[in-house]
Design a protein around this ligand. Structure first.
Ligand code: TYD
Ligand code: MG
Length: 460
């Protein structure tokens, strides 16, 4: 029998769609130029005939099952544990994505170092850097534990052997794009390899109970193999992001089978590595320009905790036929809607004004609770009148210009009181929630019009 010639397929590097001929645009995920020709082996190594696969699970009445108690092992890094939903779940696979250079390798080395402090053996396999480079970073981070093992290896089969010989409690693979399974002809980083190696690693984690952290580079264009596809295979997806010009870094949970799907850990990149920021509000407000027109502080809930952030607006006469509407950190559609509410319900004229809105610190605010803050910032800039710096603002704004209550009012107010705010502007009807909050004067309003009257009294 003559061996079959190697077959090639065009595979979308974003979503894994396969086709026999090249296409400019993936019909599945609509990414442009994402199809790459790859050699595919006729039979993936894990595919067996039905009788080779042992039956593992018999159908059981659902009511007779006992609920599983997810064991969680906190690794001692509070912000990292927070993003994971309280700690690492044995046998889970976590994908840590982010732009190159943002600090993913640093974060994972530090996490392993913390774990080794509690007696666990961590194996850090790097396909990105040489042993010398790893040592340089480790020295910078002050790592001294002998239980933190490193290996420079990219072949999956060899990594499996390392696991057998070293028996680590935690495994970090840096990065999924450099890994390859020798049994496959496709190049490392191609979607076939990413899918196969990730598949085998997920199986391994489930079988052995070893938590595995996969580091993956994700460019802004999502150009590198398989981020979307990987997201479906792993248990938890974390994104590490941040503004290059700032030192803080946000660890955002985008998927978690074992905890809340939206959490936010905050770190600061220092000379000696990442430091946890346990009070992010104080950090985000530290550079605030007090009493400047266009600047307000909103109370937003990110994951399980309140974060106070400064929202800035700049409204300025436009020299363009079509004035600019630019939003960073808030949704551009939401901004247009709020501008329309101000025009129609309050009668403000933004028609020939450029509008820029920015959230300080590179945070993205998605909660409707920040609506009222945006409204206040826009008006403050348009009128060139500052909002008192000790005022906290939040509330959802509706199309008729009404202001609605939002969830977790009390938590937001407590955070504000903690940081020295003296007044809070919020929607009417939450008195019963506010008993425990002292030191804060509550200004209750029910419409945008009323809010602006309170913030910018005519007699000033
Ligand atoms: P790194 O972890 O290599 O990023 P990634 O793995 O995501 O590509 O971190 C790279 C950046 O972090 C680099 O620009 C240097 C900076 N850095 C510090 O500022 N302090 C430190 O202690 C370390 C280790 C890195
Ligand atoms: Mg790295």
């Amino acid at each position: 029998m003559t061996p079959k010639p190697p077959r090639t397929l065009f595979i979308c590097q974003n979503c894994g769609f396969q086709t026999g001929k090249w296409l400019g645009k993936c019909p599945e995920c609509e990414a442009w130029n994402s199809l790459v020709e790859e050699v595919v082996s006729p039979e993936p190594p894990y595919r067996r005939t039905p009788d080779q696969v042992a039956v593992r699970s018999r159908p059981t009445p659902l009511i007779s099952l006992s609920p599983s108690q997810e064991e969680r092992r906190p690794c001692g890094c509070r912000e990292f544990d927070r993003a994971l939903g309280g700690g690492v779940v044995p046998g889970s696979v976590v994908l840590l994505g982010g732009d190159p250079g943002i600090g993913k390798s640093t974060l994972m080395l530090q996490v392993l170092d913390r774990l080794s402090g509690s007696g666990f053996i961590g194996l850090y396999v790097s396909g990105e850097e040489s042993a010398g480079q790893l040592k340089l970073r480790a020295d910078r981070l002050g790592i001294t534990s002998a239980r933190l093992l490193v290996a420079t290896e990219t072949c999956l089969e060899n990594i499996l052997k390392l696991l057998d010989s070293e028996k680590p409690h935690y495994l970090v693979l840096d990065s999924i794009q450099t890994l390859y399974a020798a049994s496959l002809p496709a190049a490392p980083g191609s979607i076939t390899q990413v899918r196969e190696t990730a598949f085998q690693l997920v199986q391994l984690a489930k079988r052995s109970g070893i938590p595995i952290f996969l580091i993956g580079h994700v460019t802004k264009e999502g150009a590198i193999a398989g981020p979307k596809l990987l997201e479906h295979m792993v248990d938890t997806v974390l994104y590490f992001e941040g503004d290059r010009s700032h030192t803080y870094r946000l660890l955002r949970t985008v998927k978690n089978r074992f905890g809340p799907g939206q959490e936010l850990g905050v770190f600061e990149m220092r000379q000696t590595g990442l430091a946890e920021v346990t009070n992010p509000s104080a950090l985000f407000l530290s550079e605030r320009s007090l009493e400047a027109p266009g600047s307000v502080v909103v109370a937003s809930i990110e994951g399980s905790r309140p974060i106070l952030v400064e929202v800035q607006a700049l409204v300025t006469p436009s020299s363009l036929g079509m004035p600019r509407r630019q939003a960073a950190g808030v949704d551009a559609g939401r901004l247009s809607l709020l501008v329309a509410v101000l025009e129609k319900r309050v009668g403000l004229a933004f028609g020939n004004q450029d509008i820029f809105v920015n959230v300080a610190g590179g945070i993205r605010l998605t909660e409707p609770a920040v609506d009222l803050g945006i409204i206040a910032a826009l008006t403050s800039s348009l009128w060139e009148r500052p909002v008192a710096a000790d005022t906290l603002i939040f509330g959802e704004v509706g199309l008729t210009g009404e202001v609605r209550t939002v969830a977790q009012t009390e938590v937001r107010l407590q955070e504000g009181a903690k940081l020295g705010f003296r007044r809070a502007l919020l929607a009417k009807g939450q008195r019963n929630q506010l008993r425990s909050v002292k030191d804060l004067q509550i200004l209750e309003i029910s419409s945008v019009r009323e809010a602006l009257r309170r913030l910018f009294p005519p007699d000033r």
